[in-house]
Each structure stands twice: as structure tokens, then as C-alpha cells.
Write a protein that binds this ligand. Structure first.
Ligand SMILES: C[S@@+](CC[C@H](N)C(=O)[O-])C[C@H]1O[C@@H](n2cnc3c(N)ncnc32)[C@H](O)[C@@H]1O
Length: 442
């Protein structure tokens, strides 16, 4: 196969790697054994230096010259050998304590919005560089040197201290207002990542966790990040679905997570995963994967879109903003509508209502009077409950619904609801009228 890249001078970056032809997403651009390996863990700088000198002494003359021709960003403090290793070593595995020096791959410059991914392939004992998206002929091939992607300031500091350069990539060069927007999105990506990674939400509020994965994927897509965060997010969605017995969705998420053998196996039979059916509350079978839906409806089904209240243990910036400089308040207005199907008044009031998608939604009354403040005559089957700014809550008994705390946010109508097709975003509230826009009498 013809070589897909050339190594050339790039203004302001020394040398770099350019696409010699147009390269399609997923293509393996480079597959390269290391010139030599370096153990990075445990040893002091002096020990490392000594080990490197020994390794270099074992190289032949040509190899030594090739190594010494690589860039050295630490000339002033580390000397020619150690400096070059610090500048050019690429990790041999995701948590590896071993790095490798590569004659071609080590020429690849960094971008905070990289178009290629470096991976150590243990089977081949080679480093591979794959295209994360389509790359045009003449475009620079870039990888990401850091382990996570914080906002610009933090990225700059990390790149300067660990790699000794000021990044001139397209993300770091955005004009101030766009950079601000990009930083806000990066902060939100980090926040969602942490929320999804919190091991409890998968059990206490799986729907919220699933919706957070979807939001994360939309942000990654919007920002043009096509790296390993994308399959990782789908893997999170897979885990959420399979934990609750949802074979249909788990299979699709596994398919989207990555084209590796393990995920292909899970896509065929998600029940092989050890978390399968921890609860059965989302139980589906593979035959439940819908067919004949258009793309939007299919995605709506996949992400369980029908239940789209914001979560109550999550500061969701889509719904909330800091208005007075201190407190989060709704920045848009929404109202949950449900039809009463059961009334329980054992300790405090608990209603089971049917939402627009015919799901049973428990509403637990955690007001001071536990629901006694309501006109008890209105607690009738078939009547409609409207809750302004309702939030999704995961209860300890593993059910999900609404924990109602603010007495003034609820109205009950002695009318069966004619449910709007979607939970509507309604006009700004006018006292006494806020509910009228989203409620229609039969
Ligand atoms: C591993 S080397 C990459 C190849 C190097 N440009 C060369 O000439 O061999 C890392 C060095 O490349 C330069 N570099 C990499 N990415 C850069 C970027 N985004 N902006 C500016 N310089 C960059 C820095 O000098 C950094 O220390």
C-alpha cells in the first residue's frame, strides 16, 4: 500500500506529518514498531537517563543518528538523550508505564481537536495511528498529547509544563467569544462525564444517566471531538441498558460503542455481560428493536426520550441558570402533566399518574404537610395533575418519578387530561396563569 503521509516542516511547529492523499475515517495511517522502549514508572531521572544511555548504546549508528535527529524540547534541562525521550515518547497502552520512541509517529504534532488516534497494538507490538474522521490531502495529521481535555487555560498550562510548547491548534486559536463558548462546552462535557461515571446514578436514576450520555454525545459531536470519548460514552449507555435488562437498547449501544471483538459479542448477545439484568425494570428482548421508524423516532426510542424531565440531583444547564449571581433558577419553563391512576395516603400522599407515553409515574409528596395541603376532593382517578418545574427523581426503592416539594407548583384539575404530544415548554409564568398554556380541556 502506498504511504499515506509525508513528513514536512510546518510553520511554527517544527516538523509534522501531512496526509499525502485523502484519508477516510477509520483508516490505519501508520503501523510502526518502536525504535526502542523506555520504562517510565518508578525510576528517578538519573536512573532513567542511565537506562536510556545504555539503550542508545545498543542502537546501530544509523538508528542513533535517526534518534538524535528527533526534536528536543528539553535541551536546556535534560540533555540531548533524555530531552529527546521526554519530547517524543508515546505511551505503549492506555495506562502503560512504558513508552516508545518512533521515527515517524513521534513527528506527529498535537491538536486539542485532533483528527487521529494513537493506540498501542499489543498483538502487533506496533503503534497504530487511525483517522478519527475523514482527512483531506495536505491536511496535517494530529494526535492528542494530554489525557483529558479541560478548558483552554488548563490545556495551555498542561501542554507548556509537560511538553514545553504553546499550542497553536484551531481550538486554541479561536477568537475570544468563540473560545469562551468552547470552554463552557468543555466544562459541561467534563461535568457530564463525571456524572455518568458516578457509579450510583446507574442504579438510582438510570434514565437521567442515559439522557446525560445522550447530551454528552451531542456536545462531543457539536464540538467535533471524534476520539475515544465517543465509544466510551456508548459503552456507558450499554452498561446502563444492560444493568436494567434492556437487551434491545444494549445491543444497539454495544454496536455503536466500538468495532472490537468484545463489543461485537455483546451486540449479538448483550446478556453475556456480567451486569445483565441486575434489575428487570427496563426489560426488553432483541425482538423489541423497532423497525420501520424514521431516524428521529428511532433515536427517540433508543434514548427513552419520552421521559424527558431534568434530573433533580443534576444542575442541568439546559434548564437552569444563575440569575441573581448565586442561585440556580429555571431559565425556561416546563410543566409535567399526568392523569391520576392510583392514590396512596398511608404515610404521606403518593400519587401514581399516567404520563403522555402511558408510563406509570409515582409522585411522592415531600411538602411540609405531606400532601394534606391539597384539596383532598381532587384526588380522584382520571383527574389531571400539573407540576411546574417538575424534576425526575430516583427513589430508594429503585422506582423513578417526581419528588414533589413546593406546594405552590402543583395544580390538580377535575378533568381527564388530553395529553399534549410532548411535554411542552410554555410561556414565562404569569401568576395564576402559568399552567393554562400547556393544559387543554377536552
Ligand atoms: C513529539 S514532537 C512533534 C514533532 C516535532 N514538531 C518535530 O519537529 O519533530 C513535539 C513537539 O512538536 C511541537 N508541537 C507539537 N504540537 C504542537 C502544537 N499544537 N503547536 C505548536 N507546537 C507543537 C512542539 O515543539 C513539541 O515539543
Amino acid at each position: 500500500m502506498a504511504c499515506l503521509y509525508t513528513i514536512q516542516e510546518i510553520a511554527g511547529k517544527g516538523r509534522g506529518v501531512l496526509a499525502a492523499t485523502s484519508i477516510t475515517k477509520g483508516t490505519r495511517i501508520i503501523s510502526e514498531p518502536p525504535l526502542f522502549r523506555v520504562f517510565r514508572g518508578g525510576s528517578s531521572k538519573e536512573q532513567l537517563h542511565e537506562a536510556i544511555l545504555k539503550t542508545i548504546a545498543d542502537l546501530n549508528g544509523e538508528q542513533r543518528q535517526q534518534f538524535l535527529a528527533l526534536h528536543n524540547a528539553f535541551d536546556d534541562e535534560s540533555g540531548p538523550e533524555l530531552g529527546r525521550v521526554r519530547t517524543n515518547a508515546l505511551p505503549l497502552g492506555s495506562d502503560a508505564i512504558e513508552g516508545g520512541i518512533f521515527l515517524d509517529s513521534s513527528r506527529i504534532n498535537h491538536s486539542c481537536i485532533q483528527n487521529a488516534q494513537n493506540t498501542w497494538n499489543e498483538d502487533l507490538q506496533k503503534l497504530t495511528i487511525h483517522a478519527l474522521r475523514d482527512i483531506s490531502e495536505g491536511e496535517e495529521i494530529t494526535i492528542f498529547y494530554l489525557t483529558d481535555r479541560p478548558n483552554r487555560q488548563a490545556r495551555s498550562e498542561a501542554l507548556l509544563s509537560s511538553f514545553r510548547f504553546t499550542c497553536s491548534c484551531s481550538l486554541c486559536s479561536l477568537p475570544t467569544n468563540e473560545r469562551h463558548k468552547s470552554d463552557t462546552n468543555l466544562d459541561e462535557i467534563k461535568r457530564l462525564d463525571e456524572l455518568i461515571g458516578d457509579g450510583m446514578t446507574i442504579f438510582s436514576a438510570p434514565l437521567q444517566a442515559l439522557h446525560n450520555v445522550r447530551k454528552l454525545l451531542a456536545l462531543l459531536d457539536n464540538e467535533g471531538f471524534a476520539d475515544a470519548s465517543v465509544p466510551r460514552a456508548y459503552y456507558d449507555a450499554f452498561q446502563i441498558a444492560i444493568t436494567h435488562g434492556d437487551m434491545a437498547r444494549a445491543s444497539i449501544f454495544a454496536e455503536r460503542a466500538a468495532s472490537n471483538r468484545i463489543m461485537e459479542r455483546y451486540a449479538k448477545d448483550p446478556s453475556e455481560h456480567s451486569a445483565y439484568g441486575y434489575t428487570g425494570k427496563w426489560r426488553t428482548e432483541m425482538v423489541d428493536i423497532p423497525s420501520g421508524l424514521d431516524k428521529d423516532a428511532y433515536e427517540g426510542w433508543l434514548w427513552k426520550e419520552e421521559q424527558n424531565l431534568p434530573g433533580d440531583n443534576d444542575i442541568n444547564m439546559e434548564y437552569l441558570g444563575i440569575i441573581d449571581g448565586f442561585h440556580y433558577s429555571p431559565i425556561k419553563h416546563w410543566c409535567f402533566l399526568g392523569e391520576i391512576i392510583e392514590v396512596e395516603t398511608i404515610f404521606r400522599l403518593r400519587l401514581i399518574v399516567k404520563d403522555k407515553a402511558n408510563h406509570r409515574v409515582p409522585i411522592a409528596f415531600h411538602t411540609d404537610e405531606g400532601g394534606q395541603e391539597l384539596d383532598q376532593a381532587l384526588l380522584q382517578h382520571g383527574y389531571t395533575v400539573a407540576i411546574l418545574y417538575a424534576e425526575h427523581h430516583g427513589f430508594l426503592d429503585m422506582t423513578e418519578g417526581i419528588r414533589h416539594e413546593v406546594p405552590s407548583n402543583i395544580k390538580i384539575f377535575p378533568l381527564p387530561s388530553r395529553m399534549p404530544r410532548e411535554m411542552k415548554t410554555i410561556a414565562p409564568p404569569r401568576p395564576g396563569f402559568w399552567w393554562a398554556d400547556s393544559f387543554s380541556a377536552p
